[in-house]
Write a protein that binds this ligand. Structure first.
Ligand code: MSP
Length: 527
């Protein structure tokens, strides 16, 4: 079983393009795995507790529960709009999740992994954490990233993180596949060295934070939001759940006789949350080295010029607006086409339009139009394998084989941009082939009937393969193409079925309808 999770999104505000990217990327990866014939499960959701939610709700004068219900709906609506199809939905206010977090806390407490102590120090409200001396900048100040910083003294509960970091370091050194891309592994190993000897504060006193999961053994405290949120990956996978809880079978989902669970996360939450806290928490719960998840770390979409996309700078990109204006296909395509998984990219509306218009509307649209339209006009929609192959057809088939192999190699590594480039290469090749073969000329003389059939067949068969390969990224568009070609339901087709001859001799295709209308802007794109 391929079990994929994403980060669960904070619900103290509306979803932005970074959230959309991660969920679309996860959706593409899951659909691709299914296309490969694997059984796959996708969990995503929302992070509903914590100080930021409490503060925002207080400011609006509503109860945090009412507030998160509203913001959660925005995420649910967006995933529906963008065609992000998940199998499990994680909300941290869910009673089943709370019960799991509390059971884990009790177990850790009984095993002596938790202790209570008084601590005084500087606390960042924005980051919801105590600060260390090393968090000061070169002028000795706590920088703006920490927001308001206040000195507080309080008792809290701590997790003996320091007992696990040496083990974790050696595990990460010996299992390079645990962290992708590789350069993030080096970053994590450095961070592990720096954090050695420090334990993790896992509680917040109720007088400071009410909105959280109460500690089962000390009612004066709620659980630190990260400790709570990270557990979603197992609580919603059925860990410690009753058989009738409506959750999956944990043993089946979590790394039993199969691949490790994959957590897809952004680069900002590798260190310390996932790379250190979470892996050490799992170890303390009794998970072995072989049962650790794999962390797939993606980069950030920034605003043009490399600035962070943030509400405070007013350059936030609203994925809802984009989808309304340019269509879901254009947004999904751009989000995975113009960024290399693991690296950052600048969000650029002009490139969104250019990539859609060039690669989809012009190249693929043109190929579909030629293949389907000319087959309808010249051969009554019936495809014939036609004349014996000439070197031109052999070369076209070789181009498809090369592109398909490159696609699969890239997609296996979650490099969607390279996978899409591979499809585009073959599409461009086919348009060149059509221009050289000139089926519209061949049609003028009945003597060329067999040649004409062969050329049209090669174009239509290429469209069929392109539709299947594109389906993880553009499921709706691919389904429309498949319907026009009279292909079977795309969800039943697997990569292994993609041999030459998908469309049988004598196959009847349907009526062509444009699937990728060009984006035409009334006013110049402002980005
Ligand atoms: N709630 C925590 C995660 C808890 S996981 C147990 C959180 N939420 S978040 O809403 O701030 O971020 C959710 C995901 O979106 C993270 O993986 C984060 O890296 C990602 N992104 C946030 N901004 C982004 C971009 N500008 N670009 C790409 N991804 C970005 O962190």
């Amino acid at each position: 079983m391929f079990y994929l999770t994403t980060a669960i999104d904070y619900t103290n505000g509306a979803p932005h393009i970074g959230h959309a990217y991660e969920k679309v990327l996860a959706d593409v990866i899951i659909r691709y795995r299914r296309l490969r014939g694997e059984e796959a499960y996708f969990l995503t959701g929302v992070d509903q507790h914590g100080q930021k939610v409490q503060q925002t709700a207080d400011k609006e004068g509503v109860h945090p529960a009412t507030f998160v219900k509203r913001t959660t709906k925005q995420f649910l609506n967006l995933w529906e709009k963008l065609g992000v199809h998940y199998d499990g939905w994680a909300e941290t206010t869910d009673a089943r999740h709370k019960a799991c977090v509390q059971a884990i806390l009790s177990e850790l407490q009984q095993r002596g992994q938790l202790y209570k102590k008084a601590h005084s120090g500087y606390y960042s409200v924005r980051q919801e954490q105590f600060l260390q001396e090393r968090d000061r900048d070169e002028h000795g100040n706590f920088g703006p990233q920490w927001g308001e910083v206040t000195m507080i003294e309080e008792e809290n509960w701590y997790f003996r993180l320091s007992e696990h970091t040496a083990w974790l370091k050696s595990v990460i050194e010996h299992n390079p596949e645990l962290i992708t891309p590789a350069f993030r592994r080096a970053e994590l190993l450095n961070a592990l060295d720096r954090s050695a000897g420090t334990d993790l504060c896992i509680s917040r006193p109720k007088e400071r934070l009410r909105w959280g999961i109460e500690l089962p053994f000390d009612a004066n405290f709620v659980t630190y939001v990260w400790f709570d949120a990270l557990i979603n990956y197992i609580s919603f996978a059925g860990y410690h759940a009753a058989a009738d809880a409506g959750l999956p079978d944990f043993a089946r989902l979590w790394n039993v006789g199969g691949s490790r669970c994959t957590h897809l996360i952004g680069k900002d939450i590798l260190v310390p949350a996932h790379g250190i806290y979470w892996l050490c928490m799992l170890h303390a719960m009794g998970f072995t080295e072989a049962q650790l998840p794999r962390l797939l770390v993606h980069g950030f979409w920034n605003s043009k010029g490399g600035d962070k996309l943030s509400k405070s700078t007013g350059n936030i990109v609203d994925p809802n607006e984009l989808a309304d204006k340019f269509g879901v296909d254009a947004v999904r395509y751009y989000l995975v086409r113009d960024i290399v998984t693991g690296k950052d990219s600048d969000f650029d509306l002009e490139r969104l339009i250019m990539l859609f218009n060039t690669e989809l509307a012009n190249e693929l649209g043109n190929l579909c139009n030629r293949a389907l339209n000319m087959s309808q006009r010249f051969t009554a929609g019936i495809l014939r394998h036609g004349a014996p192959l000439t070197p031109d057809e052999q070369a076209l088939q070789a181009s498809l084989a090369d592109s398909s192999a490159a696609y699969q190699a890239a997609m296996d590594e979650c490099d969607i941009a390279r996978g899409l480039e591979a499809i585009s290469r073959h599409v461009v090749y086919c348009n060149g082939y059509a221009e050289r073969m000139k089926p519209w000329e061949l049609n003028k003389d009945p003597v060329n009937q067999d040649r004409l059939a062969s050329v049209l067949y090669h174009l239509a068969e290429s469209v069929a393969h392109a539709a299947v390969l594109l389906s993880p990224v553009l499921p709706d568009a691919a389904a429309k193409l498949a319907a026009q070609l009279n292909l079977p339901d795309l969800t039943t087709l697997k990569l292994a079925d993609l041999h030459w001859g998908l469309l049988p001799d004598g196959h009847l295709i349907g009526k062509p309808k444009p699937v990728f209308p060009r984006i035409v802007l009334e006013e110049p794109a402002a980005s």
